[in-house]
Design a protein around this ligand. Structure first.
Ligand SMILES: *[C@@H]1O[C@H](CO)[C@@H](O)[C@H](O)[C@H]1NC(C)=O
Ligand SMILES: *[C@@H]1O[C@H](CO)[C@@H](O)[C@H](O)[C@H]1NC(C)=O
Length: 434
């Protein structure tokens, strides 16, 4: 009886304060160096505050006895790096997800768990913490991706009040795939699909087959302290991909890959990326948008405090000709560029195809884009390029306090097509005047 009463008291507490039970482990990027590249330093950014914005209160161990800890080893996982641990993880997830009290799916340290494509599906009965200390390694057999969904390795699907953390590593074993890269069949590493009140903190992702972490149709997401790495030459290995997602904060991440560090595409609103270190890679991109005449809607994007080093682009908006919809209210501020090929670029003639893309009448409309306090060096003579659509020119583009010079010394230039720029403060190179 007494125990039942205690539970009656505890359960509402748990509902009110997800993850109250779990202590944070590891704190900073300082502990999670990016291994493979060695050249990354920790970003010079302040540490984020640990209390979440979306209802994740401070966590204490007071009530730890009523957490259901589900250790994958107890479900038969070997963690020897070569045995297939997929079934063990599936069964452990089932146990955690059906727990009537908050559950922790625990993946121990110093072990490597080999997984085939796997889906951790919700909805779950209680809040779930996935605590990953060790390494999760993708199966080296391409034939393991023969199921219906070839494009995903690990999927969290429809889970609410989920936190994934622990300092461990997702290793996509991408080397096997990059050799015969053909875009269509590659798999992305970790996907959060239709999750809400999601927190992803303090994890490493490396050598994904394609994108490393993708947020798709999620709401209320906090992402922090991720270190993502793959060789600069690896194809399509975006760091963090955001699509159809509302209210997402990405903070304090170090990303060096072979494609965009962060890519934000259609259906995404209220996306903040702060304290980002990017390089190597293709920079921070909104788009591409509007491929094959698609309608795209992207709005309320903030990139604040970022450093890009040796990337092909700095902050980029890219759309295909012939699309519909909009990309609006986009703010880039406090960005430092070091030897970046296209520091500031809007490209409305994006064409990533073997055929040339012909001139078309419609376009995704780009408006209310503000660049403020963007400084550093350009690796090419063009530091700012606004190549906007003839049919739907860019509007409301503001440049404030910009100073971009050539890496080799000397002054860079600006190229404009179909855009009216408003300038505030000192802007170098000078914007095109029309
Ligand atoms: C993004 O930043 C803006 C401005 O600081 C803030 O008002 C907003 O709440 C933030 N959104 C998210 C999802 O963190
Ligand atoms: C401009 O941005 C840099 C980061 O790139 C930051 O260190 C600096 O404080 C910012 N300046 C102002 C006036 O906010």
């Amino acid at each position: 009886m007494g125990q039942q009463k205690l539970l009656i008291l505890i359960i509402p507490l748990l509902l009110l304060s997800p993850f109250l039970l779990h202590r944070c482990s590891g704190d900073s990027l300082g502990q999670v160096s990016s291994g493979d590249h060695g050249s990354h330093q920790s970003p010079p950014f302040h540490k984020m505050s640990r209390s979440g914005k979306f209802g994740y209160g401070p966590r204490r161990s007071l009530l730890a006895s009523s957490t259901n800890v589900v250790n994958v080893n107890d479900y038969g996982a070997k963690g020897d790096g070569s045995s297939d641990d997929t079934t063990a993880f599936t069964n452990a997830w089932k146990a955690a997800c059906s727990s009537s009290v908050a559950a922790t799916l625990f993946v121990p340290a110093s072990k490597t768990y080999l997984l085939k494509p796997i889906t951790f599906a919700g909805s779950c009965k209680s809040n779930i913490l996935v605590q990953i200390k060790g390494t999760i390694l993708a199966s080296p057999k391409v034939s393991d991706w023969s199921g219906t969904d070839r494009k995903r390795w690990i999927v969290f699907d429809g889970v609410k009040n989920l936190m994934v953390e622990g300092g461990g590593t997702f290793d996509g074993n991408g080397q096997i795939w990059w050799k015969n890269s053909c875009k269509v069949d590659e798999s992305q590493a970790v996907t959060f699909d239709s999750c809400s009140s999601l927190k992803v903190d303090n994890l490493k992702f490396k050598n994904s087959q394609m994108m490393h972490v993708s947020f798709e149709s999620c709401t209320n997401v906090e992402v922090s302290n991720l270190v993502i790495s793959a060789p600069g030459s690896s194809p399509n290995t975006d760091g963090i991909h955001v699509t159809g997602t509302t209210n997402i904060q990405i903070d304090n991440c170090v990303i060096g890959t072979g494609d965009d560090c962060i890519s934000i595409v259609s259906g995404s609103r209220f996306v903040n990326a702060t304290n980002i270190f990017c390089g190597p890679g293709h920079g921070i991109s909104i788009g591409s948008l509007g491929a094959n005449g698609a309608e795209a809607t992207v709005s309320d994007i903030l990139v604040d405090t970022a450093q890009l080093e040796g990337t092909t682009n700095g902050v980029r908006i890219k759309t295909w000709q012939g699309g519909k919809g909009y990309a609006k209210n986009i703010n880039f501020k406090n960005v430092f560029m070091k030897n970046v090929k296209n520091p500031i670029i809007i490209d409305q003639n994006y064409c990533d195809s073997s055929k040339t893309c012909s001139e078309q009448k419609s376009a995704v409309a780009i408006s209310e884009v503000k660049y403020k306090n963007i400084t550093g060096t350009s690796a090419t003579s063009v530091a700012m390029e606004f190549d906007c659509s003839k049919s739907v020119p860019c509007s409301g583009v503001v440049l404030q306090d910009i100073k971009l010079t050539l890496t080799s010394g000397g002054s860079a230039k600006t190229i404009c097509n179909n855009v009216k720029l408003t300038k505030a403060g000192t802007v170098v190179p000078s914007p095109c005047t029309s």
